[in-house]
Design a protein around this ligand. Structure first.
Ligand SMILES: Nc1ncnc2c1ncn2[C@@H]1O[C@H](COP(=O)(O)OP(=O)(O)OP(=O)(O)O)[C@@H](O)[C@H]1O
Ligand code: SF4
Ligand SMILES: [Mg+2]
Length: 355
């Protein structure tokens, strides 16, 4: 548990020796592209293409990367809202990769998702009480003291008033709606909460409030989080570890401190350079790296390292050989032939003259 100098926000308590809550191995999700009446498969969107990671009980794992890199697909796979085309997912040591819907029901209580869009994810025709009470009805759970009382307790827990019970979603602001989404996700006391860009649709002034609420709830309820974001600014203070994704792959995975202080993947370095530094004295320390070009298509990703078309350190080997994700330091994994802040993995190769 650490406290940052800048915000005083305390990250979740992690037991590093405990068995992982979630273990993902070689996870793949390819969306087939079909053509013609016979729906012949002519290709695939490689949305998630072989990723490995673990989530430890009590921690917050932040997942970042540009639009389209596969973050939401990964979130939907680990909550089993979608089915992987390859690899395995274990929750509490149990293989849930291909569990049929009927057998997923107990796991649905333990794993919940918070969505990006606080407008679209709440049914406008249902009252707040109805929305937050839905998980109880779906799972056939009768809370002690009755449903209404429990829903009102949840509303208070997320900073809303019990009197909001009979109101409708349109009567609330974006931040309040996201609080309703959080109350619904927490109704059945889940173990793992996967939050897909929980604050990106909100006003910047509200974002910190909602993130801090999630952080407080984690301490109070012993939750484990996977929080997805497209940049590092929002989740940097609450993540214990951070996974950086690029075109369907994890390119770097490290605890927050080593990722910020000594990023090893050039892509991470570029992402970090875009995060505003609040302290003007430290502002000069980081030069802004502007990535050239767009993210390539996940239908036909570059050979070797997928980042090579935008990387200023790319060499021959980067085009021919895919760099595996390996630990170059304890708890710091990176997939790069010429990492930053570490000895070069392909020293006999001269850097290209481009960039
Ligand atoms: N159901 C689907 N069918 C076909 N392609 C899909 C489907 N869902 C996602 N994709 C594609 O998979 C890739 C990854 O999408 P995903 O939504 O996981 O990215 P993301 O990192 O969450 O992006 P964003 O930051 O925009 O939310 C994208 O190219 C997307 O177009
Ligand atoms: S493997 Fe090569 S192209 Fe990929 S990030 Fe490292 S240096 Fe850049
Ligand atoms: Mg997404």
């Amino acid at each position: 548990m650490t406290e940052t100098e800048e915000t005083g926000v305390v990250a979740g308590t992690t037991d590093e020796s405990a068995a992982p809550l979630l273990r993902v191995r070689g996870l793949v999700r390819h969306f087939p592209i079909t053509k013609g009446l016979l729906k012949r498969q002519v290709g695939a969107v490689q949305a998630v293409d072989g990723i490995d990671f673990e989530v430890r009980p009590g921690e917050t794992l932040g997942v970042v990367g540009e639009s389209g890199c596969g973050k939401s697909t990964m979130g939907r796979l680990i909550t089993r809202l979608d089915e992987p085309t390859g690899g395995t997912i274990e929750f509490e040591g149990r293989d849930i990769t291909h569990l049929p819907p009927g057998k997923l029901r107990p796991m649905r209580r333990d794993v919940q998702m918070i969505f990006q869009d606080p407008y679209g994810s709440l049914n406008p025709r249902h009252t707040i009480g109805g929305i937050v009470g839905t998980p109880f009805r779906l799972q056939g759970v009768e809370p002690e003291g009755g449903l209404k009382k429990e829903v009102q307790r949840l509303l208070e827990l997320v900073g809303l008033s019990p009197e909001h019970y009979n109101r409708y979603p349109h009567e609330f602001s974006g931040g309040q709606r996201q609080r309703i989404g959080i109350a619904r996700a927490l109704a059945l006391k889940p173990k793992l909460v996967v939050a897909d860009e929980p604050v990106s649709a909100l006003d910047v002034s509200i974002q910190a409030q909602v993130v801090n609420l999630m952080d407080d709830l984690q301490d109070e309820l012993g939750l484990t989080y996977v929080i997805i974001a497209h940049d590092l600014s929002v989740i940097r203070h609450v993540s214990d570890r951070i996974a950086v994704m690029y075109l369907g792959k994890i390119v770097e995975l490290a605890d927050r401190k080593s990722l910020y202080e000594a990023p090893m993947h050039p892509y991470t370095k570029a992402l970090l350079s875009a995060v505003p530094v609040p302290d003007p004295k430290r502002r000069t320390q980081r030069d802004r790296i502007l990535l050239k070009g767009d993210v390539p298509s996940p239908i036909d990703p570059p050979s070797g390292c997928r980042f090579r078309t935008r990387c200023w350190k790319a060499t021959e080997v980067c085009a021919t050989t895919e760099p595996p994700l390996v630990a170059l330091r304890t708890g710091h994994e990176v997939a790069c032939h010429h990492p930053e802040n570490a000895p070069d993995g392909a020293r006999d190769d001269e850097p290209a003259k481009t960039a």
